[in-house]
Structures are given as C-alpha cells and as structure tokens.
Design a protein around this ligand. Structure first.
Ligand SMILES: *Cc1c(COP(=O)(O)O)cnc(C)c1O
Length: 439
C-alpha cells in the first residue's frame, strides 16, 4: 500500500490545521499512523490520493446510507446548484423536504432545519429549557450529542450527580447544570428525578447509543425513561442524529414505538451535505422564534443545495425494502464474523442493530454501558484497523466508533470484506502474547 501522497498532504495539513484535521477523530490518534486523504467515493468504495481503494464502512460517519455518489442524490444537487447556492430567503425545497419527512413520520409535527447535528442538539436543549423554564439537563455517560458546551460533560467524582466538563473552555457554571447518569440504570434515574424533578428541563439520550461503542439499551429501559419523564413533566429528547432514517424512516422512535418530546436529526437527513434538524409537536415548536421566545437562527439553514441532497436521499429511504435489505445484509455479515470468532474462541464479538455494527474485543454477551468497555481491548482494534487498511477495508479510525453498511454494499462485497476481517482477526490474535485474551 502506497501512502506517499497522503503523507505529503498530511504534512501540509499540519501547517494549516490543529492536528492536521478539521475534526479530531480523523487524525488517527487512537489507531496510530497518519490519515489517508480521500480523492473520491463511489458506491461502497473509497479511493485515496495514492490510488488505493477501500471497502468503506465509515460512510462519512453515517450520512451515506445509499453509499457514495448516488446518481439521484448527485443529480438533485447539480440541478439545484444551477439555480444558485444560497438566498437567505425561503425556497420551495425546504417545504419539499419537510413534507417528505412530516408526512411519513408521526413522531413530529413541525421541524426546523439547521446545518449540523450539534446545532440541532444545542437548539433542542434551549427549546426544552425555554419550554419548561427549568435549568438542568440530564445526559447519559457514553452518549455523545455533538460539541454542545452543556453536553461535553462527564460524571463527576464521588456522590455528586452533577457533571464536570470533559473539555477545556467550558466553565463549571455551565457543566454544573448538567447531570450525568449511567445508561441502563433505572435506579440511578429514579434517585436523580426524586431529588431534582422540579429543576430538570429535559433528559437527552441517544436511543441507540452509537458513539462510544454500540451500547444497545433494553426497550424496557427506554420505556421506563419515557414514563418517568412524562410523570414529572420533564421533556424527553431523543438524539437521533445517527439513528434517524437509519433504523427505518421513523428512526428509533418508530423502531421502539416511543414518542419523545423533541427529536434531533443530522447525518442521513442531509444526503451527505451539512443539514441537521429538530422537531416536536406543533405546540412545543411554537416556542421557537419568530412564533415564540426561544431564539434560534441560521444564515445557511435550509440551504437549497443541501435540501436537494436530503430530498433525493430521503425519497429513496421511503422504500421499506431498502431497510429490510440493509438489515438482512448486516445480520449475515455479523453472523459470519461472530461464527468465525466463536469457532476460534476469540474474545471478539460484533454487536449490531439495523445497518449499524460495532466490533468489540470482548467475551461479554452484551454491553449496555460505557464502563463495560475495557479500554485495554482498544489495542487489539488498533492492530485490526491497520491490517484492514493495508488490505483495502476502511473502518473509522477508533475502536469506539461504529461501522455502517449502505445500500451500495453488495452481498459479494460484504462476503469479501468478511473474509478479510477474519484473516485480520487471525493475525491480531496470533500476535498476542501467550495467555492473553485467547479463551
Ligand atoms: C454525529 C452526532 C452528533 C453531532 O453531529 P455533527 O453534525 O457532527 O455536529 C450529535 N449527536 C449524535 C447522536 C451524533 O451521532
């Protein structure tokens, strides 16, 4: 595998950007080595600056459910581009994308488009605080909600349920309005709510936590969360930036049949262009400016080119067969890998839901909270990532990140990828010192 051009580009990028990148995980810090620079994507393949091709399981971190450069998405973008790129005034495209979503998603009645998942979550949190007039937000350890100040918070030490910031630059006064609870722990939730019910504006959760491994929650936990929030007039925010339009057109809300108060979207909704959104009932959304007193705005919100990409991609997603096929392919792919690891007695397991999967170096049957992930196991992922890259399989460069299967990943491609992954696992486990991690 040649990497000269990528290396040159990276060296230059180091002069321009902190760590040479515009988003930290792209820097390959947790897997070692240096990032490959992408030249183009087509279907399920990526080609880098040196001409190497890879089967892509990162899919731009989730947005590309149809794969790269899907012809209808591309044509829709080009068509829109020829009329100009941005007007700062409404266009019919915004109505079109909103109609497409609202007519097929009974969990929200009104929507507001923004330009990223972070922006969607930030706005949803402000809406919840504005609507309830309460200050506290509860989040769960192991859920990521973008780089919103009040959510870059981790559990504090000792008995304090209030958080401490997980990034420099976030004052204690901001972090201390966020409480952090463990996932899948009804008791912790009950205690927090009984102590602070009248101060909690909202509880936010990734209903399918997929940013710190894949920490699949029991449906009963999500139902409990819905009930206890409703009983205490606390808003429930589903952060569906990953799960929205991924677990089906109606996302995790539809998958579990749970009605949250506010839902945030991102990633798939923009067809590969920068779009985020948040939605709720018409009554809750009436709090947003200019109808209501919760201010939220955006120069490029509802950008017509981005709307066109979203419209084209979501139109394809209206087809139930798409989701059925994605899930079927993902199950087959994961079963193959799990069967292999089991036969060889490797401490390795693939967890999955719909077309999301996560490689975990573990002997556990289930992993539902972040403390069940062994940080030591990440050195195995590091090796796996390197071997796969050299063999033409691209995974997101961190063992805490999930992988995605797109409509463009054919059975044949997945078969060949599974074979490469099995070979790579043999290599990873053969390099382990005696007695470690082989059962
Ligand atoms: C990606 C993600 C975000 C942040 O979205 P950006 O577009 O990166 O700002 C927020 N929440 C969840 C659940 C995400 O997966």
């Amino acid at each position: 595998m040649k990497q000269e051009k990528s290396n040159d580009l990276y060296r230059k990028a180091l002069n321009y950007f902190p760590g040479g990148v515009n988003s930290p995980v792209r820097a390959f810090r947790s897997v070692g080595g240096t990032p490959i620079f992408i030249e183009k994507g087509e279907g399920c393949y990526l080609t880098d600056a040196d001409g190497n091709t890879y089967i892509d399981f990162c899919c731009s971190w989730g947005p590309l459910i149809l794969g790269h450069n899907h012809p209808r998405v591309r044509e829709s973008i080009i068509d829109s581009l020829s009329n100009g790129t941005s007007f700062g005034a409404p266009t019919a495209k915004e109505n079109e994308l909103a109609e497409l979503i609202l007519q097929h998603n009974p969990y929200i009645e009104k929507i507001r488009f923004v330009s990223s998942g972070t922006e969607a979550v930030m706005s949803a949190v402000r809406l919840a605080r504005g609507y309830t007039g309460r200050p506290i937000i509860v989040k769960f350890e192991g859920c990521y909600h973008g780089h919103v100040d009040s959510l870059l918070v981790k559990a504090g030490s000792g008995l304090s349920t209030f958080g401490i910031s997980s990034s420099a630059g976030i004052p204690e006064s901001v972090a201390s309005d966020t409480m952090v609870l463990p996932l899948n722990d009804k008791r912790a939730l009950e205690v927090a709510i009984s102590d602070f019910a009248h101060d909690i504006a909202a509880i936010i959760i990734e209903p399918v936590p997929a940013n710190n491994g894949l920490l699949l929650q029991e449906k009963s936990f999500l139902e409990f969360l819905r009930k206890i929030t409703a009983d205490n007039n606390i808003m429930l925010i589903f952060d569906e930036v990953i799960s929205g339009f991924r677990l089906g057109f109606t996302g995790a809300a539809g998958y579990y049949g749970i009605q949250p108060d506010i839902i945030t979207y991102g990633k798939i909704i923009g067809g590969g262009l920068p779009v985020g959104a948040y939605g709720a009932s018409a009554e809750i959304m009436s709090k947003i400016a200019p109808d209501g007193d919760v201010y939220q705005a955006g120069t490029l919100s509802g950008n017509p080119v981005a709307m066109s990409a979203g419209i084209a991609q979501l139109r394809e997603c209206l087809n139930d067969v798409l989701y059925y096929e994605l899930e079927r392919k993902t199950i087959r792919f994961c079963e193959k890998l799990n069967g292999f690891a089991e036969d060889k007695s490797y401490d390795f397991r693939v967890f999955s839901i719909a077309s999301i999967f996560w490689f975990a170096f573990t002997d556990k049957e289930k992993i539902r909270s972040s403390e069940e992930i062994d940080p030591e196991s990440m050195r195995h992922f590091k090796k796996l990532h390197k071997i796969l890259l050299e063999n033409g399989v691209y995974l997101g460069p961190s063992g805490y990140e999930v992988g995605f299967i797109s409509a463009a990943h054919t059975e044949e491609v997945l078969e060949s990828a599974a074979e490469k992954i099995c070979n790579a696992l043999d290599q990873v486990f053969s390099e382990l010192p005696e007695g470690i991690s082989k059962v």
